[in-house]
Design a protein around this ligand. Structure first.
Ligand SMILES: [Zn+2]
Length: 124
């Protein structure tokens, strides 16, 4: 795919996720756009930051649900192909208080092309 087309498709995704208010996927798309700029030797920091911020908002919405459910301890769940930084967090548990004060997720240093995909699950 040529790069103009690729950029166009990424923008279409962006519009779609904005309409759907899908912050998680919106964040992922910003990360993909950042990767694209990086591959062209351009500054990717703004889009990378936007990706992080959108994913952080999505994580916070998720945390509000746990708060409402009275879940007090959370465990970080990574994926099979998570990056090495994220993998180090696999199965680590935190109290909801700790999570709210230190925000371990999303992982800012994540090197996966669409950003951190780690999630919190209730720790039992
Ligand atoms: Zn990662």
């Amino acid at each position: 795919m040529n790069s103009d087309k690729q950029w166009k498709y990424l923008n279409q995704d962006l519009q779609k996720y904005i309409k759907e208010n899908n912050l998680y996927s919106l964040g992922g798309t910003y990360y993909e756009m950042a990767e694209f700029l990086k591959s062209e030797g351009k500054d990717d920091s703004k889009l990378r930051d936007l990706g992080y911020k959108m994913k952080a908002k999505a994580v916070n919405e998720h945390l509000t649900n746990y708060k409402n459910l009275d879940v007090s301890n959370l465990e970080i769940i990574t994926t099979e192909n998570s990056c090495p930084v994220c993998k180090k967090l696999n199965s680590k548990t935190f109290s909801l208080k700790e999570v709210l004060s230190s925000s371990p997720l999303p992982v800012r240093e994540c090197s996966f092309f669409c950003g951190c995909r780690c999630v919190y699950g209730p720790a039992v």
